[in-house]
Design a protein around this ligand. Structure first.
Ligand SMILES: Cc1ncc(COP(=O)(O)O)c(C=O)c1O
Length: 376
């Protein structure tokens, strides 16, 4: 009988869990205590939006959802709140150029479908978060790497390489700033260099800024300006520690933004995906500046604690919630040994195309981070 699944469906249905996950499950089943340093769910480590305030915001928003009057881009009040959020950061984005999305991951898929033909290419960072392979596969487009290189303890984008990777099928470039997992934050001069490449090749820019509020110091995140067409992706998931609310957005700018918004509106109208309650809560949530500050301070403190307890050279991050450390032995063997004999789960760098490193998050509570890092 023919297989019911597509080749993509077969790949995913028949995939084995990675050996570290399998080993962790075995150890836990045998009653061993495993310190999981790769979990990125802040709620498991006490980093939550204050529950009483959340309940208050939800209660005030609920009556607004009694009568269903959807808008394909998202309710005007929510989009105005996103526009105001950018205004407070010195960026002019009109509410007409904002579309609400159920998280950032799906926003990528919307954009890939609207910007690329099947088989076209989008440039994605290497090293990088292992999110793009699956989204490109789902959208039927090809991800092609541009590289970041190690420079003076941190990692910077290599624009010679980026320009070299542009082919006649390239339609867009993804920048994750703050970068996940390296923590690189694009500087003004780097945005300028990229703008030139995007102008020359008529490439759209997709700026994933989900860690925008989590910088290691008090700097304001440098953002792209005056690209021919750029999209910023962000939402409540990371900045407000509300991943379950599924409230994200695409904010478009540039001379071609309004036309692109009409195409995106069509995609969004097909799904009408963001819950009305989440939309109605958006203005109050985005005005809650104390929560991102509280989270940023917690991540900074956790990064300091982990860096201090580790006996490995760490990559100097400028933002984000990941920590990458160099290891001289084979990284798979290191991570397996760390789990098997020291009871600590960290990821080998190659999960993120970062050879010679291991990677974990600064999300766990300080005592857990200290204990886990010391055991390593
Ligand atoms: C860089 C980056 N972008 C996007 C996402 C997904 O965000 P969302 O929860 O908004 O879909 C993640 C999740 O960890 C991420 O690390």
């Amino acid at each position: 009988m023919r297989d019911f699944l597509s080749s993509l469906g077969r790949d995913w249905a028949d995939a084995e869990p990675n050996p570290l996950t399998a080993l962790k499950r075995r150890l836990e089943a045998q009653g061993h205590d495993v310190i999981d340093l790769v979990g990125a769910n802040p709620h498991e480590h006490g980093l939550v939006f204050p529950a009483d305030r959340l309940a208050e915001i939800a209660a005030l928003a609920l009556p607004q959802t009694a009568v269903y009057r959807p808008h394909p881009l998202g309710q005007a009040a929510a989009r105005e709140a996103v526009s105001a959020w950018y205004f407070r950061r010195g960026v002019a984005i009109s509410p007409e150029c904002v579309m609400l999305t159920p998280g950032t991951s799906l926003a990528y898929w919307y954009l890939f479908r609207v910007l690329l033909e099947a088989g076209d290419e989008v440039l994605v960072p290497h090293p990088g978060y292992p999110l793009f392979g699956d989204i490109c596969a789902l959208a039927g487009v090809r991800g092609r790497f541009y590289h970041l290189r190690a420079v003076d303890g941190g990692w910077r984008p290599d624009f010679e390489d980026l320009a070299f990777q542009v082919t006649r099928r390239t339609r867009a470039v993804v920048v994750v700033s703050p970068h996940n997992p390296l923590g690189t934050v694009f500087r003004e001069d780097e945005w300028d260099a990229l703008r030139e490449i995007c102008e020359q090749g008529s490439l759209a820019l997709i700026h994933d800024e989900v860690f925008s509020e989590f910088l290691v110091d008090d700097r304001v995140l440098p953002r792209p300006r005056e690209f021919p067409l750029s999209f910023s992706l962000n939402g409540a998931s990371k900045m407000l520690s509300l991943p379950g609310l599924k409230l994200g957005w695409i904010a478009a700018s540039g001379a071609h933004a309004q036309r692109a918004m009409r195409a995106l509106e069509h995609v969004s109208d097909t799904f009408l995906p963001v819950g009305e309650l989440a939309q109605a809560m958006a203005p109050a949530l985005l005005a809650e500046a104390s929560v991102p500050s509280m989270l940023a301070e917690a991540y900074r403190a956790r990064r300091r604690v982990a860096s201090k307890a580790l006996r490995f050279p760490v990559v100097e991050a400028e933002g984000g919630v990941y920590l990458c450390a160099q290891v001289s032995q084979d990284e798979d063997a290191f991570c397996e040994e760390a789990l098997q004999t020291r009871g600590v789960l960290v990821h080998p760098g190659h999960f993120y195309d970062l050879a010679g490193h291991f990677v974990f998050t600064c999300v766990a509570a300080p005592p857990t981070l200290t204990k886990g890092c010391a055991r390593l």
